[in-house]
Design a protein around this ligand. Sequence first.
Ligand code: FE2
Ligand code: FE2
Length: 503
Amino acid sequence: MDSKSLFKEDNEQLLNDHKRINHWHVLIVNQDKKFHQFIEEGLKDIAFEQKGITWHHAYSSIEAKQILCAIEHMAVILLDTELESMDSGLQIVQYIRNELHDQNSRIILQTSHPETFPYKQVMLSFEINDYQIKSELTSYKLFTSIISALRSYRELLVMEQNKNGLKNVISATSEILKEISIHPLIDTILGQLKAILKLQNTYTYGSLILQKSKQELQVLFKSGVFQNKLIDTTNLFSPSIRQGLDDNLSLIESHTFLMYLGEELERHYFIYFNVGRELTDWEKKLIEIFSSQTSTTFKNVCLVQEIDRTQREIIYTLGEIGEMRSKEIGNHVKRVAEYSRLLALRYGLSEEEAEIIQLASPMHDIGKVGISDIIMNKPDKLTDEEYEVMKSHSLIGFNMLKHSERPIIKAAAVIAHQHHEKYNGTGYPQGIKGEQIHLYGRITAIADVFDALVSDRVYKKGWEMQKIIKYFKEERGKHFDPKLTDIFLANLDAFLKIKDETD
Ligand SMILES: [Fe+2]
Ligand SMILES: [Fe+2]
């Protein structure tokens, strides 16, 4: 089922920041002290949406600017046109809109000189929201204009917060789209949820990443208040969250929500969040939007991983065909893959390139499928003629793989072709030397020979380490690339670790 449809539909008016503001800030800018008193007294008990007004008083342009810089959410400004000069008020309007870039504060311009500041001209030329002639002011007019200014200020905050919330969700979505494997993806989703809900204090919220397999629930990761706690999943959840976990559903409650991410290899993944405060309707909407995107991304990542796994399995299976024919036992191709990857990384190649070599090197002996059974199975030493036929496996392998445009198969073609070339030019099939041999070929040559020497075979025991080191030192610059040989010998422990783990 689509997770989007699982969320509670909520078409109520979207919530806004003003619910988190305890009162409205209103600034009076006027040189006349009595005028300040007149306004404050006239609007003494005024409250809008259960929030009172905090009054700020400025008697000069400088004071007005200082207060405007200090107070972040100034809802309304009652601004006299005349302060130090006749048009000081209009200069403050420019200052608010153009220098502070505050387009939200509602400005009510008040004047004693309607003839100097005619309402039509002033309203059209300046970014003000209301115009009053001071001599005509009554309590009734003041009240209606303040309330309507607060109302439109609140609407602006709603719009702004909606815009910011959506911006967060969009950037969160682009972050999660970058992930290509499941665990980092879940980490990113968790981080983005915290950003969307503006959760910074780890003592106020708690989150869990949960994995369910065969009805067994496991906590993979804890953060916030859950971090250092022993979590008992049998008692932690409300009945509806518990139901969501049973039925693989997402749902949002007043303080908590459960996000069902999806399924991978019969394991279901969830994020459980206790926000530690009431979620606003707008936050619920944002979680819902984000959640529908994450479930799609999760599915895509699973799909990519599935393709990746299948591709690797096919590659190893292909490699094993060659391995079987050459009577290699155990995980020869897998170890060659790991050795090649390690050598590539220590040589300084990128993760991406090291991965290409890792995936391509198992196919080095794939050409052996083209060598007859008589030669492949011959227990005795091969004649010179038979040995020549055996050597052709590198060219056969190359011909099998060379037509592909895929980077891994292209690399495999090079490796199949060149893994028996020697640095001094005495190898086959082409007898090329030094850096004429592709780096991938030089890397795989070391990996392949090392594994052949170090592993036990039916017909022989693996060589002692000292003998192997001596051999590589002797063949440095002859069979093997000297630089790669040095890297290999310097990191021998890591190669032996791979051998022990992959045996
Ligand atoms: Fe080979
Ligand atoms: Fe091999």
